[in-house]
Design a protein around this ligand. Structure first.
Ligand code: AKG
Ligand code: FE2
Length: 351
């Protein structure tokens, strides 16, 4: 058992204010015998149906690949602004390309006036690069391949990373199927094989401490839930991700080395007739440094933060309606909906 600091136990994940984000050994699902697989899948489903968040270790994504993706991401964002702007994000249907400062305002609101007001008053302090499935007619990725050799390397590495994470999505959905007792572990395979997912590189630039002192509402990413089935999130050591507890308090999802934070999105909640929870989260400044004097210096910089989110979705051409076992004793809460339509509609509201 590890030591406890800020609610984090090295072996256990995070537990605070009745929000439990367990640390789960996914190797036990991937390689275990039948009872071990089932027990692990049950833990995963339990996390998804309570906090909606968990940490996954032994997930099978090689650490070198993750480190390389972070370094490629940092190099990409360090490019001249004009270069990044040539690769700009265009439309919600495409959802590919570079998203500049202040462009996206994630929020729970669907009222355009309110979103416009929020965007103007507390813009998210971030830039991002969105990468979608390759080979979709009319929706090319905005690769930096033509810029230089580093750009070409970026493209190759991100293509490989995308496909590795696609496999992990398939496997996590198999764990969910097993946890739910659906008669076939492969129940979701025909919903995950296309890989209609989005790989998002995120860069939160350094900011002066005074920015938060002068505006307590400032955020790196505003409170929101994710839209799709699940999100696989890699974070660096900086911290700042927070998840809302059942009591409405914010709990830090403190980075744990070698793990991926996995959370359920709105479409999976809907698909499961709300058995699975899509929980609000946000990114603010990291915890203050131990050195209090530095904390008092308004000119002191809060370090940059990098994270990588892989947003997984059911194949865009699939119809999503209440899963077997989630509605028979009550009722279906939602109309069937096409996966792609749902996601484009949600994206259109935030850009
Ligand atoms: O940067 C992070 O840690 C989280 C980002 C996030 O929640 C999102 O982009 O949906
Ligand atoms: Fe998110």
């Amino acid at each position: 058992m590890g030591s406890i600091e800020n609610g984090v136990q090295a072996q256990k994940g995070v537990e605070q204010d009745d929000l439990v984000m367990p640390l789960i050994d996914f190797g036990a699902f991937l390689h275990g015998d039948r009872p071990t697989k089932k027990a692990t899948a049950d833990q995963i489903l339990h996390a998804f149906t309570t906090s909606g968040f968990l940490y996954l270790q032994n997930h099978g994504v090689p650490q070198e690949m993750v480190s390389q993706a972070f370094s490629q991401s940092a190099q990409f964002f360090a490019r001249p602004q004009a270069q990044k702007d040539t690769l700009g994000w265009t439309t919600p249907d495409a959802n590919r390309g570079y998203v500049t400062w202040g462009r996206e305002k994630v929020t729970q609101s669907s009222d355009p006036e309110e979103i416009a007001r929020l965007r103007a008053s507390n813009p998210d302090l971030k830039e991002s690069m969105e990468i979608g499935r390759e080979g979709v007619p009319g929706l090319p990725n905005r690769w930096p391949t033509e810029l230089d050799e580093a750009g070409a390397q970026f493209t190759r590495d991100m293509q490989r990373f995308f496909l590795t994470l696609k496999d992990l999505h398939v496997n996590v959905m198999r764990a969910i199927a097993t946890g739910m007792g659906l008669d076939d572990e492969h129940f979701f395979d025909s919903y995950t094989d296309a890989g209609d997912n989005t790989l998002r590189l995120l860069h939160y630039p350094p900011v002066k401490r005074s920015v938060w002192r002068d505006n307590p509402f400032q955020v790196r990413a505003g409170e929101h839930s994710d839209y799709g089935s699940i999100t696989l999130l890699f974070q660096d050591h900086v911290g700042g991700l927070e998840v809302k507890s059942p009591h409405g308090t914010w709990v830090r999802a403190t980075p744990i080395d070698g793990t991926i934070v996995v959370n359920a999105g709105d479409l999976l909640a809907r698909w499961s007739n709300d058995l699975i929870k899509s929980t609000n989260h946000r990114v603010i400044q990291p915890p203050p440094p131990k050195d209090v004097e530095a904390d008092n210096d308004p000119e002191a910089l809060i370090p940059a933060r990098y994270s990588i989110a892989y947003f997984c979705n059911p194949n865009f051409d699939r119809l999503i309606e209440a899963l077997p076992g989630t509605w028979e004793k009550s009722a279906k809460k939602y109309e069937p909906i096409n996966s792609g339509d749902y996601l484009v509609r949600r994206l259109a509201a935030t850009y």
